[in-house]
Ligand binder design. Structure first.
Ligand SMILES: Nc1ncnc2c1ncn2[C@@H]1O[C@H](COP(=O)(O)OP(=O)(O)OP(=O)(O)O)[C@@H](O)[C@H]1O
Ligand SMILES: [Mg+2]
Length: 592
């Protein structure tokens, strides 16, 4: 064990275990006290059972007393019953504890994750995140219950049995004790190797989930491009790799049991010789050796369980460590200043704003001013920085340099809540929660009255299709809105935004699934509903949108290269002309 304790890895492990226990045991101390009672009960009765063999041999057989048999039999039965009862209690409480700890951490993780910066989720699969969350919770529960109940039970039981052994024969007890360092060394080196293998297992499990659910999420793409074989190949490779890892771990863990059995056999052989010599030459009672040997044999089970549990905990510790890292990730910083936006206009201003995700800048020195009531189209090639720009307005990221103001107030000084309430986002792939259409519109504004919601639904032309449904606005939208068409989802998304009564409306390709006529009619209502002060930002690739905006902002590779009325851009800007090439005649229809 000494090489173990100097190992920094183990230090870290101990810290993690301690933190988990500190966080989860004290709040459930009543249940834990009950668990301790069971631990002591199991250990005490197990030791008593070992001791009772002495009575059997000495009082019944050696004393040749049949009447004592009844008495001894009753004792043995009673002790067994007691042990079983406590064992049952121990198992049930362990399970309860396990569930409680797992769910506590899963809830906490979910809360933590939702609080993180948007950047944390870039390039991460939703399903892999969920799989991870579940795994982390389970692993932590495993560690807590493993150390504070399971290993404790086995350890206290071992102490009980050792007590029986020592009271029967000190010399033989010492000989048996020599086995322990050997076992510990063995398990120590094993657990180091297992940790290394388990580390890889976690990553592989994530890949396994990601690859699998990717195929299901994109099932239509998979089928229409005939990518089944590619998906199957990727999935099978992931399964195989995971399988190999698991096999590696199994090989390591399986080695412990046979090794210990062999060592135990060696010791028992030596005992038989020693015990025979002591009994015959030195007049010790056979009952004492029976009790000793029984205790020794019985000690095998808790020792085995203890080592197995330890090994399992090593694996779980890897996940628990990652969980702790995640829990410690600082949440998205709530904006400091107490500035409000309720009393200012909806004018937006960028002053030399630069921003980059990594080293590559996504926006360079962007400056502009949008007046209250203006409707602006943001156009540019794919990757030009359009989405980045509107994400900055919404405060998802902080500019690397420069300043963004709404109504003259620096949004860095505005509380996140306020900013959120002032801006309504309608994105291309509208996200809807499972529930009714009405529920989803209400998500825009929990305080909205039924009239408000119906009004928003009417203006966003949701009623145009929900009217034909049996339950109207109370019709279910299905998981992620899958019962609705793309255009219907977008309309529900727009109604949700209208219910919010925001200052600024951001449409990120939000009308892409609507036909031209529906779009025009709908936008007319949207503008009426939002009022003359509201600012509209349309990220768009569609010429039809240009018909109802005041000005067009043209971005190119992160730079603002033009910001003007679209007729002017059309005559003066070559990039703009190529971007909106053919559809322009249609787009130059008068503004709504
Ligand atoms: N999460 C991210 N991490 C790293 N780089 C990113 C991330 N999001 C965007 N980028 C990069 O920033 C640049 C601007 O991206 P942005 O999404 O703003 O473009 P866009 O104009 O909205 O394009 P599109 O029309 O295709 O939606 C691109 O070069 C893109 O690769
Ligand atoms: Mg975009």
């Amino acid at each position: 064990m000494s090489s173990e304790t100097t190992n920094g890895d183990n230090d870290a492990s101990r810290k993690i275990v301690w933190r988990l226990i500190r966080e989860t045991v004290p709040p459930r101390w009543r249940l834990y006290v009950l668990a301790l009672v069971c631990v002591v009960g199991v250990a005490g009765f197990t030791a008593a059972l070992a001791y009772s063999t002495k009575l059997i041999v000495n009082e019944v057989f050696v004393a040749d007393d049949t009447s004592a048999a009844w008495k001894v039999a009753l004792i043995v039965i009673g002790v067994s019953a007691g042990k079983s009862l406590f064992q049952y209690g121990n198992s049930v409480i362990s399970f309860m504890f396990n569930r409680a700890v797992a769910t506590t951490y899963q809830k906490r993780l979910f809360r933590t994750l939702l609080g993180l910066e948007v950047t944390h989720f870039a390039g991460k699969q939703a399903s892999a995140q969920m799989a991870q969350l579940r795994l982390y919770g389970q692993a932590s529960a495993r560690v807590v219950v493993g150390v504070s109940i399971k290993m404790l039970t086995e350890f206290v039981t071992l102490v009980g049995l050792a007590t029986v052994m020592v009271t029967q024969d000190v010399v033989m007890s010492l000989a048996a004790a020599l086995l322990f360092p050997v076992i510990f060394l063995m398990i120590g080196s094993l657990s180091r190797r297992i940790r290394a293998v388990a580390q890889a297992e976690t990553d592989l499990t994530g890949a396994y989930f990601a690859i699998g659910s990717e195929a299901f999420a994109g099932i239509k793409t998979v089928k229409s491009y005939g990518l089944e074989q590619k998906s199957i190949g990727r999935f099978e490779a992931a399964v195989e790799m995971l399988q190999n890892r698991l096999l590696g771990i199994a090989k390591l863990t399986s080695a412990t049991v046979p090794l210990m059995e062999f060592l135990g056999g060696l010791v028992i052989g030596a005992f038989v010789v020693y015990a025979a010599w002591q009994t015959i030459e030195h007049g010790k009672t056979p009952g004492e050796y029976t009790a000793f040997l029984t205790a020794f044999l019985m000690a095998y089970q808790p020792a085995e369980r203890l080592s197995k549990e330890w090994v399992e905990i090593q694996k779980a510790l890897i996940q628990a460590a990652r969980m702790n890292d995640l829990l410690d990730t600082p949440p998205r910083q709530p904006r400091g200043g107490g500035l409000d936006l309720a009393d200012v206009s909806s004018e937006i201003r960028f002053e030399n704003v630069s921003f980059g995700y990594g080293r590559q800048p996504a926006l360079k020195e962007v400056s502009f001013e949008i007046e209250a009531g203006e409707r602006v189209a943001i156009v540019g090639r794919s990757g030009a920085g359009k989405t980045t720009l509107i994400d900055l307005v919404q405060g998802f990221y902080q500019p690397d340099s420069g300043k963004i103001t709404i109504g003259g107030r620096d949004i860095a000084e505005v509380r996140t809540e306020v900013l959120k309430d002032s801006i309504a986002l309608i994105s291309q792939d509208v996200f809807l929660f499972e529930g009714s259409i009405r529920d989803n519109i209400r998500d825009g504004n929990p305080h909205a009255s039924d009239e408000d919601i119906e009004e928003a639904a009417r203006r966003a032309q949701v009623t145009a299709f929900s009217g034909g449904m049996k339950k109207g606005l109370d019709s279910p939208v299905g998981p992620n809105g899958s019962f609705l068409s793309g255009g219907q989802r977008q309309r529900v998304g727009i109604a949700r935004a209208l219910a919010k009564h925001a200052k600024i409306y951001v449409f990120d390709e939000a009308t892409s699934a609507l036909d031209g006529i529906t779009e025009r009619d709908l936008m007319e209502e949207v503008f009426l509903s939002a009022g003359p002060e509201a600012v509209f930002l349309f990220v768009t690739h569609r010429a039809s949108t240009l018909a109802y905006v005041d000005r067009v902002m043209l971005l190119d590779r992160g730079m603002l290269i033009a910001f003007a009325e679209h007729d002017k851009l059309l005559s003066e800007n070559e990039t703009f002309r190529t971007l909106f090439d053919l559809a322009l005649n249609e787009a130059s229809k008068p503004r709504l």
